[in-house]
Write a protein that binds this ligand. Structure first.
Ligand code: C2E
Ligand code: MG
Ligand code: MG
Ligand code: MG
Length: 276
């Protein structure tokens, strides 16, 4: 009996695996033409100056609008794109579209682009990015590059070279999802970051957990003593925004201020953070 049950369980597991593998194959196949077909679009999520409530920039977040699947979230296709060697083209296409849209934004508004580990292995990355910026007339000093910590675990030396060349062109470097990866402190010591993005898991648990509050406070203090700025991700409540502002966090991002949207919203949102 145990044997049949075991086999049944295996069958269910196998079917689930097959379904996953099928979805992957399908996504990869469809993804190959997606950029050319104009299906991968930049969505924009506002980055708020916590001192005055002004929108200081926007993070570019990839969305795939497939003619029959509909809207596909990045966690369903970014990893596939990385493995299929498509992430570089996707990323540059997003940057180009975003810069086009940013043409008539207020001066100084910056864009923040997520970069995959695979792209850090490309020694031509900074040249490719600058070609786009030059063509559109968008200043490199208004481009921030976000790298997740996990991306840095392999090939730190290769990553360092690419990061240095991006910075030399005037871009700002942000360490994304800080606190969730490996040997984060070592990365801070050896790589030329300008900014830390505190992972949303710390921010979201601030109301229930005194430990989270202490950690967030300590992270902000640490980054300031290292000469880095901080952005807090995942701000959904006024209470969190207020607390982070009091802790000296410079920039806020989260549903409280705005969800990612296809059109950047140029407005003042001081009222959204109340007294801050
Ligand atoms: P991320 O770079 O850490 O981006 C922040 C994610 O948190 C976004 O999810 C955003 O929609 C979500 N978020 C922002 N504020 C809140 C909030 O208040 N509450 C909640 N619950 N979530 C919030 P999204 O757009 O689904 O992107 C997920 C991840 O996919 C990104 O995490 C990033 O790692 C990756 N990604 C997105 N676009 C790109 C891209 O163009 N290239 C690469 N390499 N990765 C990308
Ligand atoms: Mg990011
Ligand atoms: Mg993040
Ligand atoms: Mg994240």
């Amino acid at each position: 009996r145990a044997k049949t049950e075991g086999r049944g369980t295996f069958r269910v597991y196998q079917d689930a695996m097959d379904a996953k593998a099928r979805e992957r194959t399908l996504i990869e196949l469809e993804l190959r033409d997606a950029v050319e077909n104009g299906e991968i679009l930049p969505y924009f999520q506002p980055l708020i100056c916590l001192r005055d409530g002004r929108i200081e920039g926007y993070e570019i977040l990839a969305r795939w609008i497939h003619p029959s699947f509909g809207l596909v979230a990045p966690d369903r296709f970014i990893a596939v794109a990385e493995e299929a060697g498509l992430i570089g083209d996707i990323s540059l296409s997003l940057l180009e579209q975003a810069c086009e849209q940013a043409r008539d934004w207020p001066k100084g508004t910056y864009l923040s682009l997520n970069i995959s580990p695979v792209q850090l292995r490309d020694s031509q990355l900074s040249t490719k990015i600058c070609d786009i910026l030059d063509r559109i007339g968008f200043s490199a000093t208004c481009l921030e590059i976000e790298i997740t910590e996990n991306a840095l675990v392999h090939d730190v030396d290769v990553a360092r070279r690419t990061l240095i060349s991006l910075k030399a062109r005037g871009m700002t470097l942000a360490l994304d999802d800080f606190g969730t990866g490996y040997s984060s402190l070592q990365h801070l010591r050896s790589l030329p970051f300008d900014k830390l993005k505190i992972d949303q898991s710390f921010v979201m648990s601030m109301s229930e957990s005194a430990e989270s509050r202490k950690l967030v406070k300590a992270i902000i203090a640490m980054s300031h003593s290292l000469g880095l700025k901080t952005t807090a991700e995942g701000i959904e409540t006024h209470a969190h925004a207020l607390r982070l502002t009091q802790m000296g966090c410079e920039t806020g991002q989260g549903y409280l201020f705005g969800k990612p949207s296809p059109q950047a919203r140029q407005a003042w949102v001081a009222e959204a953070i109340g007294a801050a």
